[in-house]
Design a protein around this ligand. Structure first.
Ligand code: BES
Ligand code: ZN
Length: 550
């Protein structure tokens, strides 16, 4: 059991660093502003970082940094407080914390990492800014609430895919997750600049590609980051009919062990965050095994360079926002295999979306009813969900324990599979919850299909037993689809969900002795509906298909 210092809990020291838009400032990339501001007495370039109060205090004790404070703001770390499982609104901790923008000597940053790591048992704790202007923009964003969702659509959060989800959950295996954790932690480290960090990215790309073999609608790519060698890995399931709406499931690929992690430093990162990447891997395997084809696009992301300031995910989230990508939901799995507290899954309330957190609560209650749900907060931008949150997207961060009772071995050579008990039962809960999230959100189509007045006109003669098939019409969960015909002769009408109708296979038929027939179907799940007209006498016919939402 780890030592808990109740007088100085980590959250007091939490670095309320939300997100900046930034690249690592390296000498080669230093902006003109950086050059102008360089301290004439210093051989090290001046760079800008933002950091919370505690780290700022640590920094002031470090002479090598030659810190000069630019400005500071009171940061709002979170959105509104979510309701807990019993519907009560959870108490919201004070969300305001001072964040400082500081100009420092880049050469002293390792000292700061070390000091923060020593005193806060956290790495880094500051964010780089490519220029002073970028830093100021970042602070400006911090001083007002999370931006409203820009272009992103709000999903309905309806839970209606039991027929698909339940069998998939039962075939997911903890042992598969455990094997992937072992494979990833076998790399010396997965540090963002090390050769083994690069090799781990390549290995994961191959692993995910192999899982997706034979599916032309799944692509696996690496996302290159200009400032460092390790690439993020992204697997995309292209949506069948609602592809522009995107659901992101993320974890981070990199690992770290102390401020001076280098080529040969051992940093297995089994829990932080091989456990998250391994959970995603088991979700991909299960979706493919069930031949699941989402209507929305699903993207699985293993981010590079999280441990050094959320840098990989920031570049990706910013690139999606720049394209106005319609990302309808983001979930982050960072540390899933160490059960440090009484509840099974803690939904973190800061830098996340209350509505989506409520959806996750309902998913857990529906599909994993034995699990106990808790809530907590990091108090600062502790993982990649914060990068998406900063761009205005709805995020969630389900965590392995309360913040205070997390895995004590992270960021060290001891973050091993053995120190999570040589099993992945805890991770399996997160993988199952996130699979339910992927299928339920992924299965959703456009808000209303077909349009309320969709009319299919057919003119011509249908002779005895001649048929004409229409569809598929996309019927959204809870809606009713009605097909009706009119005309001059005598036809029959057949409607079927999920497959083309025939006169012997249908969910509804209308076979009166005129051209005026009508048939309705409704569904609790999103489904395709097909309509069949079958002639009895020659005539001219009109078919109208209308849709009534729930
Ligand atoms: N997995 C951790 C975040 C974490 C640790 C959350 C413990 C909850 C409890 C993540 O990889 C990490 O270390 N994040 C950094 C911040 C980041 C901006 C460098 C941290 O927490 O210091
Ligand atoms: Zn982590």
């Amino acid at each position: 059991m780890r030592h808990l210092n109740t007088l100085t809990p980590k959250r007091q020291l939490g670095l309320a660093i939300a997100l900046s838009s930034l690249l690592l400032s390296s000498p080669a990339q230093a902006s003109p502003a950086a050059t102008n501001a360089s301290n004439a007495n210093s051989s090290s370039p001046r760079v800008w970082i933002s950091l919370g109060d505690a780290a700022y205090q640590a920094l002031q004790k470090l002479p090598r940094l030659k810190a000069r404070s630019e400005t500071s703001v009171a940061a709002l770390a979170s959105g509104p407080a979510p309701a807990n499982s019993s519907g009560a609104v959870l108490e919201r901790e004070a969300a305001l914390e001072q964040v400082h923008l500081v100009e420092v000597d880049e050469g002293g940053l390792a000292d700061l990492s070390e000091a923060v790591h020593e005193s806060l048992r956290r790495c880094g704790g500051y964010l780089f800014h490519a220029s002073k202007e970028e830093g100021l923009r970042s602070l400006q964003r911090l001083s007002r609430p999370t931006p409203a969702l820009l272009a992103a659509s709000k999903p309905s959060y309806v839970i209606d895919q039991q027929a698909l989800v339940t069998p998939m959950l039962s075939q997911m295996q903890a042992s598969n997750i455990g094997q992937t954790i072992l494979d990833l932690s076998a790399f010396t480290n997965r540090y963002y600049t090390s050769s083994s960090g690069v090799a781990a990215s390549n290995w994961l790309k191959t692993r995910w590609s192999n899982l997706a073999a034979g599916r032309s609608d799944i692509t696996v790519e690496q996302f290159s980051h200009p400032a460092w060698a390790q690439k993020s890995v992204i697997a995309t399931f292209k949506g069948t009919d609602n592809a522009s709406e995107v659901v992101v499931l993320g974890a981070h690929l990199d690992s770290i062990a102390g401020a001076n992690t280098g080529e040969s430093t051992r940093a297995p990162g089994a829990d932080d965050d091989a456990s998250g990447v391994a959970s995603l891997t088991e979700i991909i395997r299960s979706l493919v095994a069930s031949n699941f084809k989402p209507r929305r696009t699903l993207k699985f992301m293993a981010y590079a360079a999280e441990e050094v300031g959320l840098r990989g995910s920031q570049e990706i989230a910013k690139s999606f926002a720049a394209m106005n990508a319609n990302v309808v939901g983001v979930i982050q799995l960072d540390m899933t295999n160490y059960k440090g507290a009484i509840n099974d899954i803690y939904l973190f309330t800061d830098y996340t979306d209350a509505g989506q957190n409520q959806f996750l609560t309902q998913l857990i209650q529906t599909y994993l009813p034995t699990l106990k749900i808790g809530s907590d907060r990091c108090g600062y931008a502790c993982s990649d969900h914060a990068s998406w949150n900063a761009q205005g997207y709805a995020t969630s961060m389900p965590f392995e324990s309360s913040f205070a009772a997390d895995n004590p071995y992270i960021h060290s050579a001891n973050d091993t599979y053995a120190n999570s008990g040589n099993q992945a039962d805890h991770s399996l809960k997160f993988a199952r919850m996130a699979l339910a999230y992927a299928v339920e959100l992924g299965a959703d189509g456009p808000a209303v299909t077909p349009p309320a007045d969709k009319t299919e006109t057919f003119s011509g003669s249908l002779t005895l037993n001649q048929t004409r098939s229409f569809g598929p019409f996309k019927l959204k969960a809870g809606g009713t689809l009605k097909a009706s015909s009119s005309g001059t002769g005598d036809i029959d009408l057949f409607v079927k969900k999920g497959a083309p109708a025939s006169s012997s296979s249908y969910d509804c038929k209308s076979d009166g002795s005129t051209a005026s027939e009508s048939c309705s179907v409704n569904s609790t799940a999103n489904t395709d509906v097909y309509v069949l007209l079958k002639g009895y006498t020659a005539g001219s016919y009109k078919l109208t298909v209308s849709y009534t939402p729930q």
